[in-house]
Write a protein that binds this ligand. Sequence first.
Ligand SMILES: C[S@@+](CC[C@H](N)C(=O)[O-])C[C@H]1O[C@@H](n2cnc3c(N)ncnc32)[C@H](O)[C@@H]1O
Length: 386
Amino acid sequence: MEKLREKLDKELNNGDFVKAVLSGSFDKSVKKTVYEPVSVSGKTMIRRDTFTHDGKDIRKNLDIGQFLPDLEQRCVNFRQMNVLCVSFSSEVLRSKKGSLHISYGKGVGRTDAADNDRKKNYILDPTEKYGFLVMLGIQDKDGRVKDKKQSKFRQINRFLEIVKDVTAKLQGDDLIIWDLCCGKCYLSFAVYYYYTQILNKSVTLYCVDRKSDVIAECAEYAEKLGFSGMKFICGDVFKCLPERDPDMVLSLHACDTATDIVLSEAVKRSAKVILSSPCCQHELAGQLDCPDLSFITKEPVLKQKLAAIITDALRCKLLYASGYSVTTLEFIDPDETPKNLLIRAEKAAIPKKTREKEIKEYEELCTRLNADPLMRKLLQRPTGQI
Ligand SMILES: C[S@@+](CC[C@H](N)C(=O)[O-])C[C@H]1O[C@@H](n2cnc3c(N)ncnc32)[C@H](O)[C@@H]1O
Protein backbone atom coordinates (compact mmCIF):
# COMPACT_ATOMS: atom_id res chain seq x y z
CA MET A 1 0.00 0.00 0.00
CA GLU A 2 2.92 2.33 0.73
CA LYS A 3 3.97 2.30 -2.95
CA LEU A 4 0.41 2.99 -4.09
CA ARG A 5 0.13 5.83 -1.61
CA GLU A 6 3.32 7.44 -2.95
CA LYS A 7 2.22 7.11 -6.58
CA LEU A 8 -1.21 8.50 -5.79
CA ASP A 9 0.24 11.38 -3.79
CA LYS A 10 2.42 12.33 -6.77
CA GLU A 11 -0.50 12.27 -9.23
CA LEU A 12 -2.59 14.28 -6.81
CA ASN A 13 0.08 16.97 -6.54
CA ASN A 14 0.33 17.15 -10.33
CA GLY A 15 -3.43 17.48 -10.66
CA ASP A 16 -3.46 14.07 -12.40
CA PHE A 17 -5.73 12.15 -10.07
CA VAL A 18 -8.96 11.19 -11.91
CA LYS A 19 -11.08 8.91 -9.74
CA ALA A 20 -11.11 6.36 -6.91
CA VAL A 21 -13.95 3.92 -6.31
CA LEU A 22 -14.49 1.75 -3.23
CA SER A 23 -16.95 -1.09 -3.76
CA GLY A 24 -18.17 -4.25 -2.01
CA SER A 25 -18.32 -3.08 1.59
CA PHE A 26 -17.78 -5.90 4.09
CA ASP A 27 -20.52 -4.70 6.44
CA LYS A 28 -22.90 -3.88 3.53
CA SER A 29 -23.44 -0.42 5.05
CA VAL A 30 -22.98 1.40 1.73
CA LYS A 31 -23.05 0.46 -1.94
CA LYS A 32 -19.95 2.30 -3.05
CA THR A 33 -17.89 5.41 -2.39
CA VAL A 34 -16.50 7.51 -5.23
CA TYR A 35 -13.82 10.22 -5.02
CA GLU A 36 -13.29 12.70 -7.84
CA PRO A 37 -11.61 16.10 -8.17
CA VAL A 38 -13.96 19.09 -8.52
CA SER A 39 -13.50 22.81 -8.70
CA VAL A 40 -15.34 24.65 -5.90
CA SER A 41 -15.24 28.44 -6.27
CA GLY A 42 -11.99 28.08 -8.20
CA LYS A 43 -10.38 25.77 -5.62
CA THR A 44 -9.66 22.11 -6.42
CA MET A 45 -11.25 19.78 -3.90
CA ILE A 46 -12.00 16.06 -3.84
CA ARG A 47 -15.69 15.27 -3.93
CA ARG A 48 -16.64 12.16 -1.99
CA ASP A 49 -19.97 10.54 -2.90
CA THR A 50 -21.21 7.75 -0.71
CA PHE A 51 -24.03 5.84 -2.37
CA THR A 52 -26.32 4.01 0.01
CA HIS A 53 -28.42 0.94 -0.78
CA ASP A 54 -31.66 2.96 -0.53
CA GLY A 55 -30.58 5.25 -3.38
CA LYS A 56 -29.17 8.19 -1.40
CA ASP A 57 -26.01 10.01 -2.42
CA ILE A 58 -24.24 11.51 0.60
CA ARG A 59 -21.82 14.09 -0.74
CA LYS A 60 -18.92 15.87 0.90
CA ASN A 61 -16.15 17.99 -0.56
CA LEU A 62 -12.74 17.30 0.98
CA ASP A 63 -9.67 19.46 0.95
CA ILE A 64 -6.84 17.89 -1.03
CA GLY A 65 -4.96 17.17 2.21
CA GLN A 66 -7.91 15.29 3.69
CA PHE A 67 -8.31 12.97 0.72
CA LEU A 68 -5.61 10.31 1.22
CA PRO A 69 -6.20 9.86 4.98
CA ASP A 70 -9.94 9.59 4.27
CA LEU A 71 -9.40 7.03 1.50
CA GLU A 72 -7.02 4.96 3.64
CA GLN A 73 -9.38 4.97 6.57
CA ARG A 74 -12.38 3.91 4.50
CA CYS A 75 -10.81 1.40 2.11
CA VAL A 76 -10.31 -1.21 4.88
CA ASN A 77 -14.09 -1.73 4.89
CA PHE A 78 -14.20 -2.54 1.14
CA ARG A 79 -13.39 -5.66 -0.82
CA GLN A 80 -12.24 -3.63 -3.84
CA MET A 81 -10.62 -0.29 -4.55
CA ASN A 82 -9.99 1.05 -8.07
CA VAL A 83 -7.82 4.08 -8.59
CA LEU A 84 -7.53 5.93 -11.86
CA CYS A 85 -4.92 8.57 -12.63
CA VAL A 86 -3.32 10.04 -15.74
CA SER A 87 -0.20 7.83 -15.65
CA PHE A 88 -1.48 4.66 -13.95
CA SER A 89 -4.48 2.75 -12.71
CA SER A 90 -4.59 0.31 -9.83
CA GLU A 91 -6.89 -2.35 -8.43
CA VAL A 92 -6.67 -3.35 -4.79
CA LEU A 93 -8.48 -6.53 -3.69
CA ARG A 94 -8.78 -7.11 0.04
CA SER A 95 -9.88 -10.30 1.76
CA LYS A 96 -12.03 -10.27 4.91
CA LYS A 97 -8.90 -11.22 6.88
CA GLY A 98 -7.10 -8.18 5.47
CA SER A 99 -4.70 -9.72 2.94
CA LEU A 100 -4.16 -7.54 -0.14
CA HIS A 101 -3.64 -8.11 -3.84
CA ILE A 102 -2.56 -4.95 -5.65
CA SER A 103 -2.23 -4.75 -9.44
CA TYR A 104 -1.29 -1.86 -11.68
CA GLY A 105 -2.35 -0.91 -15.20
CA LYS A 106 -2.32 1.97 -17.66
CA GLY A 107 -3.57 5.41 -16.73
CA VAL A 108 -6.14 7.38 -18.71
CA GLY A 109 -3.43 9.42 -20.48
CA ARG A 110 -3.55 13.11 -21.26
CA THR A 111 -6.39 13.12 -23.82
CA ASP A 112 -8.87 11.31 -21.60
CA ALA A 113 -7.82 13.48 -18.70
CA ALA A 114 -8.68 16.55 -20.78
CA ASP A 115 -12.10 14.99 -21.45
CA ASN A 116 -12.49 14.46 -17.78
CA ASP A 117 -11.67 18.11 -17.17
CA ARG A 118 -14.38 19.11 -19.59
CA LYS A 119 -16.84 16.88 -17.75
CA LYS A 120 -15.88 18.59 -14.50
CA ASN A 121 -17.12 21.86 -15.93
CA TYR A 122 -20.70 20.61 -15.67
CA ILE A 123 -22.07 21.44 -12.28
CA LEU A 124 -24.13 18.25 -12.35
CA ASP A 125 -22.14 15.45 -13.97
CA PRO A 126 -24.32 13.38 -16.34
CA THR A 127 -22.47 10.22 -15.28
CA GLU A 128 -23.18 10.74 -11.59
CA LYS A 129 -26.30 9.78 -9.69
CA TYR A 130 -28.11 12.51 -7.72
CA GLY A 131 -30.83 11.57 -5.24
CA PHE A 132 -32.99 14.58 -6.10
CA LEU A 133 -32.83 13.91 -9.85
CA VAL A 134 -33.87 10.30 -9.28
CA MET A 135 -36.76 11.49 -7.12
CA LEU A 136 -37.85 14.01 -9.75
CA GLY A 137 -37.79 11.28 -12.41
CA ILE A 138 -34.96 12.87 -14.40
CA GLN A 139 -32.51 10.05 -13.67
CA ASP A 140 -33.43 6.37 -13.36
CA LYS A 141 -32.58 4.42 -10.22
CA ASP A 142 -29.08 3.69 -11.55
CA GLY A 143 -28.38 7.36 -12.12
CA ARG A 144 -28.81 7.39 -15.91
CA VAL A 145 -30.46 10.52 -17.27
CA LYS A 146 -33.66 9.25 -18.93
CA ASP A 147 -33.81 9.75 -22.70
CA LYS A 148 -36.92 11.92 -22.47
CA LYS A 149 -35.38 14.04 -19.71
CA GLN A 150 -32.08 14.89 -21.43
CA SER A 151 -33.24 18.38 -22.32
CA LYS A 152 -34.54 19.01 -18.78
CA PHE A 153 -31.17 17.87 -17.44
CA ARG A 154 -29.32 20.28 -19.77
CA GLN A 155 -31.70 23.07 -18.78
CA ILE A 156 -31.04 22.46 -15.07
CA ASN A 157 -27.27 22.39 -15.62
CA ARG A 158 -27.34 25.57 -17.70
CA PHE A 159 -29.46 27.30 -15.11
CA LEU A 160 -27.03 26.30 -12.37
CA GLU A 161 -24.19 27.83 -14.37
CA ILE A 162 -26.13 31.11 -14.44
CA VAL A 163 -26.76 30.82 -10.69
CA LYS A 164 -23.05 30.17 -10.19
CA ASP A 165 -22.21 33.33 -12.14
CA VAL A 166 -24.36 35.55 -9.92
CA THR A 167 -23.35 33.95 -6.63
CA ALA A 168 -20.58 36.48 -6.02
CA LYS A 169 -23.37 39.08 -5.64
CA LEU A 170 -24.86 37.19 -2.71
CA GLN A 171 -22.94 37.92 0.44
CA GLY A 172 -23.11 35.82 3.57
CA ASP A 173 -23.58 32.15 4.24
CA ASP A 174 -27.23 32.17 5.13
CA LEU A 175 -29.07 32.92 1.92
CA ILE A 176 -32.77 33.50 1.42
CA ILE A 177 -34.01 32.48 -2.02
CA TRP A 178 -37.54 32.60 -3.41
CA ASP A 179 -38.68 30.46 -6.32
CA LEU A 180 -41.99 31.97 -7.37
CA CYS A 181 -44.44 29.99 -9.55
CA CYS A 182 -42.12 27.09 -8.85
CA GLY A 183 -44.30 24.32 -10.33
CA LYS A 184 -42.58 20.97 -9.82
CA CYS A 185 -39.53 22.70 -8.37
CA TYR A 186 -36.99 21.08 -10.71
CA LEU A 187 -34.83 24.15 -10.46
CA SER A 188 -35.42 24.79 -6.77
CA PHE A 189 -34.15 21.33 -5.88
CA ALA A 190 -31.11 21.81 -8.11
CA VAL A 191 -30.35 25.26 -6.70
CA TYR A 192 -30.78 24.04 -3.14
CA TYR A 193 -28.46 21.11 -3.85
CA TYR A 194 -25.91 23.42 -5.48
CA TYR A 195 -25.73 25.83 -2.56
CA THR A 196 -25.93 23.37 0.30
CA GLN A 197 -24.04 20.34 -1.02
CA ILE A 198 -21.55 21.85 -3.45
CA LEU A 199 -20.90 25.29 -1.95
CA ASN A 200 -21.67 24.23 1.63
CA LYS A 201 -23.80 27.31 2.25
CA SER A 202 -26.84 27.50 4.45
CA VAL A 203 -29.94 28.35 2.41
CA THR A 204 -33.62 28.82 3.04
CA LEU A 205 -35.40 28.39 -0.26
CA TYR A 206 -39.09 29.32 -0.36
CA CYS A 207 -41.09 27.70 -3.17
CA VAL A 208 -44.44 29.30 -3.95
CA ASP A 209 -47.11 28.02 -6.34
CA ARG A 210 -50.88 27.96 -6.31
CA LYS A 211 -51.17 24.28 -7.24
CA SER A 212 -51.74 22.48 -3.93
CA ASP A 213 -51.07 18.94 -5.24
CA VAL A 214 -47.73 19.95 -6.76
CA ILE A 215 -46.65 21.82 -3.64
CA ALA A 216 -47.62 18.86 -1.41
CA GLU A 217 -45.64 16.45 -3.59
CA CYS A 218 -42.55 18.69 -3.62
CA ALA A 219 -42.71 19.12 0.16
CA GLU A 220 -42.77 15.34 0.50
CA TYR A 221 -39.74 14.98 -1.81
CA ALA A 222 -37.82 17.62 0.13
CA GLU A 223 -38.51 15.81 3.39
CA LYS A 224 -37.38 12.47 1.96
CA LEU A 225 -34.20 14.06 0.60
CA GLY A 226 -33.47 15.76 3.92
CA PHE A 227 -33.59 19.18 2.20
CA SER A 228 -34.83 20.80 5.39
CA GLY A 229 -34.12 24.37 4.26
CA MET A 230 -36.73 24.13 1.50
CA LYS A 231 -40.05 25.67 2.54
CA PHE A 232 -43.26 25.38 0.55
CA ILE A 233 -46.08 27.87 0.32
CA CYS A 234 -49.27 27.09 -1.53
CA GLY A 235 -51.02 30.20 -2.79
CA ASP A 236 -51.09 33.06 -5.22
CA VAL A 237 -47.88 35.06 -5.52
CA PHE A 238 -50.04 38.18 -5.22
CA LYS A 239 -50.76 37.41 -1.60
CA CYS A 240 -48.63 34.56 -0.29
CA LEU A 241 -45.04 35.70 -0.27
CA PRO A 242 -42.53 34.75 2.44
CA GLU A 243 -42.00 37.21 5.26
CA ARG A 244 -38.23 37.11 4.98
CA ASP A 245 -36.81 39.36 2.27
CA PRO A 246 -34.96 37.49 -0.47
CA ASP A 247 -31.33 37.70 -1.50
CA MET A 248 -32.29 36.16 -4.81
CA VAL A 249 -35.62 35.65 -6.60
CA LEU A 250 -36.01 32.92 -9.22
CA SER A 251 -38.98 32.46 -11.46
CA LEU A 252 -39.12 30.32 -14.54
CA HIS A 253 -41.99 30.42 -16.96
CA ALA A 254 -44.37 32.27 -14.68
CA CYS A 255 -47.41 32.73 -16.89
CA ASP A 256 -48.20 36.11 -18.43
CA THR A 257 -48.53 38.84 -15.79
CA ALA A 258 -47.43 36.51 -12.96
CA THR A 259 -43.92 37.52 -14.10
CA ASP A 260 -44.83 41.18 -13.46
CA ILE A 261 -45.84 40.32 -9.91
CA VAL A 262 -42.61 38.40 -9.42
CA LEU A 263 -40.40 41.19 -10.76
CA SER A 264 -42.16 44.02 -8.93
CA GLU A 265 -42.18 42.15 -5.60
CA ALA A 266 -38.51 41.23 -6.04
CA VAL A 267 -37.68 44.91 -6.58
CA LYS A 268 -39.83 46.12 -3.69
CA ARG A 269 -38.32 43.52 -1.35
CA SER A 270 -34.80 44.54 -2.46
CA ALA A 271 -33.61 41.24 -3.94
CA LYS A 272 -29.95 41.48 -4.92
CA VAL A 273 -30.39 39.14 -7.87
CA ILE A 274 -33.44 38.30 -9.99
CA LEU A 275 -33.47 35.48 -12.54
CA SER A 276 -36.75 35.39 -14.40
CA SER A 277 -37.78 33.58 -17.53
CA PRO A 278 -41.08 35.05 -18.74
CA CYS A 279 -43.66 33.20 -20.78
CA CYS A 280 -47.08 33.63 -22.43
CA GLN A 281 -46.77 37.42 -22.59
CA HIS A 282 -50.37 38.23 -23.57
CA GLU A 283 -51.00 41.51 -21.76
CA LEU A 284 -49.69 43.96 -24.34
CA ALA A 285 -51.06 42.06 -27.34
CA GLY A 286 -54.47 43.40 -26.35
CA GLN A 287 -53.18 46.96 -25.91
CA LEU A 288 -50.59 47.75 -28.59
CA ASP A 289 -51.78 50.47 -30.92
CA CYS A 290 -49.00 52.34 -32.64
CA PRO A 291 -49.34 53.54 -36.26
CA ASP A 292 -45.58 53.20 -36.84
CA LEU A 293 -45.81 49.50 -36.04
CA SER A 294 -49.03 48.72 -37.88
CA PHE A 295 -47.11 47.01 -40.69
CA ILE A 296 -46.27 44.36 -38.05
CA THR A 297 -49.33 44.43 -35.81
CA LYS A 298 -51.77 43.95 -38.69
CA GLU A 299 -50.61 40.31 -38.74
CA PRO A 300 -51.95 38.63 -35.57
CA VAL A 301 -49.08 36.14 -35.22
CA LEU A 302 -46.46 38.85 -35.66
CA LYS A 303 -48.37 41.13 -33.29
CA GLN A 304 -48.25 38.43 -30.58
CA LYS A 305 -44.49 37.95 -31.05
CA LEU A 306 -43.81 41.68 -31.10
CA ALA A 307 -45.96 42.19 -28.00
CA ALA A 308 -43.95 39.53 -26.18
CA ILE A 309 -40.65 41.21 -27.06
CA ILE A 310 -41.92 44.69 -26.14
CA THR A 311 -43.30 43.33 -22.84
CA ASP A 312 -39.90 41.97 -21.86
CA ALA A 313 -37.98 45.00 -23.14
CA LEU A 314 -40.22 47.28 -21.04
CA ARG A 315 -39.73 45.01 -18.02
CA CYS A 316 -35.95 45.32 -18.48
CA LYS A 317 -36.24 49.12 -18.69
CA LEU A 318 -38.25 49.22 -15.46
CA LEU A 319 -35.73 46.99 -13.72
CA TYR A 320 -32.92 49.27 -14.84
CA ALA A 321 -34.89 52.33 -13.67
CA SER A 322 -35.32 50.53 -10.33
CA GLY A 323 -31.55 50.21 -9.84
CA TYR A 324 -30.67 46.90 -11.47
CA SER A 325 -28.15 46.12 -14.18
CA VAL A 326 -30.00 43.90 -16.62
CA THR A 327 -28.95 41.29 -19.16
CA THR A 328 -31.13 39.02 -21.28
CA LEU A 329 -29.86 35.56 -22.14
CA GLU A 330 -31.02 32.56 -24.09
CA PHE A 331 -30.58 30.02 -21.35
CA ILE A 332 -31.38 26.90 -23.34
CA ASP A 333 -31.05 25.91 -26.96
CA PRO A 334 -33.88 27.66 -28.89
CA ASP A 335 -34.40 24.36 -30.75
CA GLU A 336 -35.52 22.78 -27.50
CA THR A 337 -38.12 25.38 -26.54
CA PRO A 338 -38.97 28.87 -27.72
CA LYS A 339 -39.48 29.84 -24.04
CA ASN A 340 -35.80 30.28 -23.41
CA LEU A 341 -35.36 33.95 -22.61
CA LEU A 342 -33.95 34.71 -19.19
CA ILE A 343 -33.86 38.16 -17.61
CA ARG A 344 -30.90 38.47 -15.27
CA ALA A 345 -31.06 41.52 -13.02
CA GLU A 346 -28.43 42.39 -10.43
CA LYS A 347 -28.69 45.27 -7.96
CA ALA A 348 -26.30 47.99 -9.04
CA ALA A 349 -25.35 51.54 -8.12
CA ILE A 350 -27.19 53.27 -10.97
CA PRO A 351 -27.19 57.05 -10.46
CA LYS A 352 -30.54 58.66 -9.61
CA LYS A 353 -30.39 60.91 -12.67
CA THR A 354 -29.89 57.94 -15.00
CA ARG A 355 -32.81 56.12 -13.40
CA GLU A 356 -35.05 59.19 -13.73
CA LYS A 357 -34.13 59.52 -17.38
CA GLU A 358 -34.90 55.84 -17.91
CA ILE A 359 -38.35 56.11 -16.34
CA LYS A 360 -39.13 59.18 -18.45
CA GLU A 361 -38.21 57.27 -21.59
CA TYR A 362 -40.29 54.36 -20.37
CA GLU A 363 -43.39 56.55 -19.91
CA GLU A 364 -42.94 58.10 -23.35
CA LEU A 365 -42.60 54.70 -24.96
CA CYS A 366 -45.72 53.41 -23.21
CA THR A 367 -47.69 56.43 -24.45
CA ARG A 368 -46.52 55.92 -28.04
CA LEU A 369 -47.30 52.20 -27.92
CA ASN A 370 -50.60 52.62 -26.04
CA ALA A 371 -49.21 50.21 -23.45
CA ASP A 372 -50.15 50.17 -19.78
CA PRO A 373 -48.07 47.32 -18.27
CA LEU A 374 -49.04 45.84 -14.92
CA MET A 375 -45.46 45.86 -13.64
CA ARG A 376 -45.35 49.67 -13.61
CA LYS A 377 -48.62 49.89 -11.68
CA LEU A 378 -47.48 47.26 -9.19
CA LEU A 379 -44.21 49.07 -8.56
CA GLN A 380 -46.16 52.19 -7.60
CA ARG A 381 -48.20 50.35 -4.97
CA PRO A 382 -47.15 49.03 -1.56
CA THR A 383 -45.81 45.49 -1.56
CA GLY A 384 -48.41 42.73 -1.93
CA GLN A 385 -51.16 45.06 -3.23
CA ILE A 386 -52.74 44.54 -6.62
C1 LIG B 1 -45.30 26.87 -16.72
S1 LIG B 1 -45.29 26.48 -15.03
C2 LIG B 1 -43.59 26.69 -14.62
C3 LIG B 1 -43.17 25.89 -13.42
C4 LIG B 1 -41.69 25.96 -13.05
N1 LIG B 1 -41.28 27.27 -12.66
C5 LIG B 1 -40.82 25.43 -14.15
O1 LIG B 1 -40.20 26.22 -14.85
O2 LIG B 1 -40.73 24.20 -14.30
C6 LIG B 1 -46.06 27.90 -14.33
C7 LIG B 1 -46.42 27.72 -12.86
O3 LIG B 1 -46.82 29.00 -12.36
C8 LIG B 1 -47.87 28.81 -11.43
N2 LIG B 1 -48.55 30.09 -11.32
C9 LIG B 1 -49.03 30.87 -12.32
N3 LIG B 1 -49.56 32.00 -11.82
C10 LIG B 1 -49.42 31.94 -10.48
C11 LIG B 1 -49.76 32.82 -9.42
N4 LIG B 1 -50.35 33.99 -9.64
N5 LIG B 1 -49.45 32.45 -8.16
C12 LIG B 1 -48.83 31.26 -7.91
N6 LIG B 1 -48.49 30.39 -8.88
C13 LIG B 1 -48.78 30.73 -10.15
C14 LIG B 1 -48.67 27.67 -12.03
O4 LIG B 1 -49.44 27.01 -11.06
C15 LIG B 1 -47.57 26.78 -12.62
O5 LIG B 1 -47.18 25.78 -11.71
